[in-house]
Each structure stands twice: as structure tokens, then as C-alpha cells.
Design a protein around this ligand. Structure first.
Ligand SMILES: [Zn+2]
Length: 232
């Protein structure tokens, strides 16, 4: 009899837990879509291809790994260019379990266009840099970063989304993902670094989360850009 009561109580608890989890999901979905500022950012649909469930909490969070040294580069360059946009490229690898790892962040060369509402890396210098890194170290460019300094726009702008659309059109079909990091400076003068994932065929980007740093060492690739002599 006692056992039966216990079983019943367990069942009730499980039901309550499931209800609470469903409520959390609804709240999260509401949070992601709240306000016009985040209207272009989607939650991650469960059917997004080949994204390992282990790197999600619920179905909305998609994690990204980056070395602390590389995030510091974004922070320093964003603060150095306070008032104008700046940026660079992201290099790394995607593990067999589909985890995206940012191994190296670069800062665009002095030939890049850095303006109040526009950043454009120098194509020639970007190409030299990319080829040298791919050939020499086997890590691939899979994204870019740029700052929105003090716009208060922590996600890709409508212009960024349009740029991505034409970018995918020019890239081989096999390239299905592109990571875009947006850095902003908040009212406390801190740099906020937000990663987004663009998927071919889906216009709006998905917000990603930083994986809590499991590896505390700086990137082993961090110094190679100085050797190439273009960018930093
Ligand atoms: Zn932008």
C-alpha cells in the first residue's frame, strides 16, 4: 500500500516537473522574441540539421566555444575603435560532434574601412591572411566579427542579414553555416560579445551562447597572425 502511494506521488512530481519545464520553455521563447530589438533573432528550431543536442539546453540554446585570449582581442579592438565599427575574421574547427570552436580571432588590417556605421575588411589582405592560416595551420574561416560600438544593437542589423544572404549566394553550396559575432560597448564601458549563427536558406540568425570556459589556456594559434604580417 505504502509503495503504491509512493508511486503515485512520484508520478505527480514528474507531472509537475514536466509542466514547469514546459513553462520555462515558453518563457524563454517569449524572452527571445520580446521587443522589436530582437525581432530578427530566431530561436533554434529542433530540426536544425546536425547540431549536437549535448550543446543545447532545451532546444533554444546553441553553444559556441572560444579561447579567452581571442575574446580579449575582440574586447580590446572594440574599445580601441570606440565610435567607429571595426572587426575581423573567425577561424576554427567544427568537431566531429558538431561543436563550433573559435580557435583564432583576427583583427582587420589598417586598410580596412572603419566608419561610424560601416566596417569592411580589405579583401586583398583578408585573402592573404585566410590562405596563410588555412595552408599553415589547417583551421578554416567560418565567420566574422564586427563592432556596433555604442549603437545599443547587440544583434546583426538588417544590413548584416542582407550581406549574409548575398554572401551565401557566392559561397559553395557545401558551406551551410556562418558565425557572426557582434561586439557592443554598454553604458558601463564593458564590451558585450554576442555570437550568432546563420544557416543557409534561413534568413534570420540564431542567437548562440558562450560555452563556459573548460579550457583556460590561451589559443595556441594566437601569435601566428603576427608572423604573417597582415592584420593582428
Ligand atoms: Zn553590423
Amino acid at each position: 500500500m505504502k509503495k503504491r502511494r509512493q508511486k503515485k506521488a512520484n508520478k505527480r512530481l514528474r507531472r509537475q516537473l514536466n509542466r514547469a519545464l514546459r513553462e520555462i520553455d515558453t518563457l524563454k521563447a517569449r524572452l527571445y522574441s520580446a521587443g522589436s530589438d530582437t525581432s530578427c533573432v530566431q530561436t533554434l528550431p529542433s530540426e536544425v540539421p546536425s547540431t549536437d543536442k549535448r550543446y543545447r539546453i532545451g532546444q533554444n540554446d546553441l553553444f559556441l566555444f572560444a579561447y579567452p585570449s581571442e575574446l580579449r582581442k575582440i574586447e580590446q579592438e572594440t574599445l580601441r575603435c570606440d565610435g567607429i565599427e571595426t572587426g575581423g575574421l573567425l577561424f576554427g574547427h567544427i568537431t566531429r560532434t558538431d561543436m563550433i570552436c573559435v580557435d583564432l580571432v583576427t583583427v582587420a588590417s589598417t586598410k580596412a574601412k572603419r566608419e561610424v556605421t560601416m566596417f569592411e575588411g580589405d579583401p586583398h589582405d583578408d585573402k592573404i591572411l585566410s590562405n596563410s592560416i588555412i595552408d599553415g595551420y589547417g583551421i578554416e574561416p567560418f565567420g566574422s566579427w564586427h563592432s556596433h560600438h555604442r549603437f545599443g544593437l547587440e544583434h546583426p542589423s538588417a544590413g548584416d542579414i542582407a550581406t549574409m544572404r548575398s554572401h551565401f549566394a557566392q559561397l559553395p553550396d557545401a558551406i551551410r553555416r556562418f558565425v557572426m559575432i557582434i561586439a557592443t560597448i554598454n553604458v558601463s564601458n564593458q564590451v558585450v560579445i554576442n555570437p550568432y549563427l546563420f544557416i543557409r536558406g534561413i534568413a534570420d540568425p540564431f542567437k548562440m551562447q558562450w560555452l563556459p570556459p573548460e579550457r583556460v589556456k590561451d589559443s595556441p594559434f594566437s601569435n601566428i597572425v603576427n608572423k604573417i604580417g597582415v592584420g593582428s
